[in-house]
Each structure stands twice: as structure tokens, then as C-alpha cells.
Design a protein around this ligand. Structure first.
Ligand code: SF4
Length: 408
């Protein structure tokens, strides 16, 4: 019998949990802190805000916080090489921690700016194809877009990726299974020669849906804890029975003989001690081919939550190494947060393309696949092809070939 309850499907979440409420609503500083909200993170909003910041800076050119804001906006909104240079100038001699962090990013971008872009390929693409989710995970990484493309637009984007030579496509959300056209998108992408992974909460997974997903190279399902309270607290689900619901999805895959499940676990201070026990659970499922443990990264979390859930990478490494020793021969990956910087493309549910995996609030708009060609977006100065060559392919048991990665 199904343990799943009817759960509320949440609208696109605001990007961060910890807005400074003392800022005057509508002021530049408030508009800046809200720039990554789903309705705001687009060229129109960022462009208008840039003009306001430029104007404020013209009245007080020494205002370091305002210089940092302007540099950030220049980088985030389809930056050109000239915009990168200007951002670097604005950040010269930065003393504020956030400005120094951005100056480091700019130094990295400048060091890559003369690297040849022609002939580069983006092999793996993450696509947040649906902007709804039944969960609200602590520090959710997803910069949701308010707009939702339709099937015809999605097929056009798949076509562009396939022609370009992308090999690995991850369909994520929100939860893509809450968007009915996703099954046709999967079929179209697989028929176009792409290896497709699908990243779902599993909440609405049924045997019928699983049978329509046979072409997937991997189906990614979450599981973070062995106790209901820890599991529910992390995913902030309205469902008190969440842990059983997640286990039910795995059991369904077992029963249906689907053997390409990749379990996603987020390791934080709340569940680190449970991971060895969780390993026994995860790896007991015949459907599980791969387990990926992500070091929690409070991308959208408040400072208080970061203090509560943040975990040092050394601590996660030690636990994962112990698990690997206890389960030899199993495919277990650790995704450390620093390795995810500028890692990959993410297509949003609007077709907008952003970097995926920088620091908090550090998404950079690269273009939009409804209007731009893949090759145009690849000329973007912010892209780091070496970082994009890292990561885990969508097919369990495979690795990206480093020499091919260097070629792009
Ligand atoms: S399941 Fe994914 S998209 Fe949904 S809240 Fe969690 S991290 Fe965000």
C-alpha cells in the first residue's frame, strides 16, 4: 500500500532564506539581495538594477559595497569580456570579504579569457526542466526560474544539444515528474542519442511511469537518513511519512527490475553520523547502481542554518572512506562543494542558461537556448572548461575521459 500522502507542490522557491528585513523595500540594497528570486533573475531585472547602481556610484565612486554590487551585476548578466574587465577594475583593492571573494573569481576568469573557445563542447548539461517541487530542502541549490517552457520548446532545446554534441543530459527540477511532458522529452533525447539521467524526488513515481523511463541511463532518487525526523527536517517536507515514501520509491524500482538507480544523499552535520547505517540501507537495494554523497552546501540557507548544518569536507571524506572500505566494489562518489564551482551548465525551466555550482548567489547568466545557439553560449568568458570537464557521467560505472575533457 502506498505510504505517499498528497503533498503540496510548492511554487518556485525564493533563492535564499535569510533576507535582511531591515533593508528598505525597493531600495538598491534590497533589490540587490532579491535579484536571484525566480521572477527577478533575468536580463531585464538585472539590467535595470545595473542602471540604478551605476547612478548611485556616480554620486559616490568610493562606495566599496556599491562597487561590489556593480561588479556582481556586470558578471551575472551575460557578461562580455569588457564587462569582466570593468568588474576587475571595480574590485581593485577590495577589502570587504564578499568583494575579495568576487575578485578571486574575476582573477580566475581573466586567466582563462584568452583560451580558445572555438570547437569547445559542453558534454554534460543539467536542465532544471520543471520549476515545481514538493520539497524545500535546507539550502536548496536550485535558482528557480518563474517561467516554464512547453514541450515544443523543450524538443527544440534537445535538438540543439544533440546537434552540438552534448552526450549527457540530466533532467531535474524541482521535480521533473511533476511536469507531464517530461516523458516525451526523455524519449526525444534518448532517440537523439543523448544519455539521460532524471533527478526526481520520487514522490509521484509509479510502475507505469517507471516503464516509460526505461530509456534512462540513471534515475536519481534522494535518501538522506535512517530516521524519519532527520529525513524530514532536512527536506522540509510537509509529509510526516517522507522517509517511508522515499524507501517506497526504491522498493518500486527493485520490484520492477530497474537497475540504474543513483541515490543522492546530502551529508550535513545533521546526518553524518547516520551515513554508515544509511549505506547498509542504500546498498541493500538491487536497483541501486551508484550512490553519490554531496557535501551539504548552504547555497540558499541563512547564516544560522549554515552554522547548524555545515560540515567540513575532511569529516565527510573520513566517513565516506569508511563506507567504501565496508562496501568494496560498490560505486560510491563524494561530491565536495568546492569541486562544484563553475562546474557545469544549468538550463532553467525558462530556457535561460546559467552556471551551475558556484558559491552562494553566484549564478551567472550565460544566455538562453530558446534564442541562442549552444556555440554562441560557449563563447561566454565566464565558462571554465576545465571545471566543466569534472563531474560524474549520467551512466553509472563510466567516467569522463580526461583527455577528451581537455579538448572540450
Ligand atoms: S528536491 Fe531539489 S529542487 Fe526540490 S527543494 Fe530539494 S534541492 Fe531544491
Amino acid at each position: 500500500m502506498s505510504t505517499r500522502q498528497h503533498v503540496e507542490i510548492l511554487p518556485p522557491h525564493p533563492l535564499r532564506a535569510g533576507y535582511d528585513r531591515s533593508l528598505e523595500r525597493g531600495s538598491i540594497t534590497d533589490a540587490f539581495q532579491r535579484r536571484l528570486e525566480p521572477t527577478n533573475f533575468n536580463p531585464g531585472y538585472l539590467g535595470a538594477l545595473t542602471e540604478r547602481v551605476e547612478h548611485a556610484l556616480s554620486r559616490d565612486p568610493a562606495d566599496e559595497a556599491m562597487r561590489w554590487r556593480l561588479a556582481f551585476l556586470l558578471l551575472q548578466n551575460n557578461a562580455t569580456a569588457a564587462a569582466v574587465e570593468r568588474a576587475g577594475e571595480l574590485l581593485t583593492g577590495a577589502t570587504l570579504p564578499q568583494a575579495r571573494r568576487l575578485a578571486e573569481l574575476v582573477a580566475g576568469i581573466r586567466s582563462r579569457i584568452d583560451q580558445p573557445r572555438a570547437g569547445r563542447r559542453v558534454r554534460r548539461v543539467n536542465w532544471s526542466i520543471n520549476n515545481r517541487c514538493p520539497m524545500s530542502c535546507q539550502g536548496c541549490y536550485n535558482p528557480f526560474a518563474a517561467e516554464q517552457i512547453d514541450l515544443a520548446q523543450a524538443r527544440r532545446i534537445v535538438g540543439k544539444l544533440a546537434v552540438h554534441g552534448t552526450t549527457d543530459l540530466v533532467l531535474a527540477g524541482g521535480d521533473p515528474l511533476l511536469w507531464p511532458p517530461v516523458f516525451d522529452v526523455v524519449d526525444h533525447a534518448v532517440a537523439s542519442g543523448l544519455k539521460v539521467g532524471l533527478d526526481t524526488t520520487g514522490y509521484t513515481l509509479t510502475a507505469d511511469k517507471l516503464s516509460r523511463l526505461r530509456g534512462l541511463s540513471s534515475l536519481r532518487l534522494p535518501l538522506d537518513a535512517v530516521t524519519a525526523d532527520v529525513q524530514r527536517a532536512f527536506r522540509r517536507s510537509p509529509d510526516g511519512n517522507l522517509l517511508n515514501a522515499l524507501l517506497e520509491s526504491l522498493a518500486l524500482c527493485d520490484a520492477e527490475g530497474f537497475d540504474r538507480v543513483r541515490v543522492h544523499t546530502v551529508a550535513s552535520a545533521a546526518n553524518l553520523h547516520q551515513l554508515p547505517e544509511l549505506a547498509a540501507e542504500v546498498l541493500s537495494h538491487p536497483s541501486v547502481a551508484q550512490w553519490v554523497i554531496f557535501q551539504w552546501w548552504g547555497r540558499r540557507a541563512s547564516p544560522a542554518t549554515v552554522r547548524r548544518l555545515g560540515v567540513e569536507v575532511e569529516a565527510v571524506r573520513a566517513v565516506v572512506e569508511g563506507i567504501r572500505r565496508d562496501h568494496p566494489g560498490r560505486e560510491i562518489h563524494l561530491a565536495e562543494s568546492t569541486e562544484r564551482e563553475l562546474l557545469n551548465w544549468m538550463i532553467q525551466s525558462s530556457g535561460q542558461v546559467v552556471t551551475f555550482g558556484s558559491g552562494p548567489e553566484e549564478e551567472f547568466i550565460l544566455g538562453n537556448l530558446l534564442t541562442d545557439e549552444v556555440e554562441e553560449i560557449l563563447t561566454h568568458p565566464i565558462l571554465d572548461f576545465e571545471a566543466m570537464a569534472r563531474g560524474i557521467p549520467v551512466t553509472p560505472g563510466t567516467v569522463f575521459e580526461p583527455s577528451a575533457a581537455a579538448r572540450g
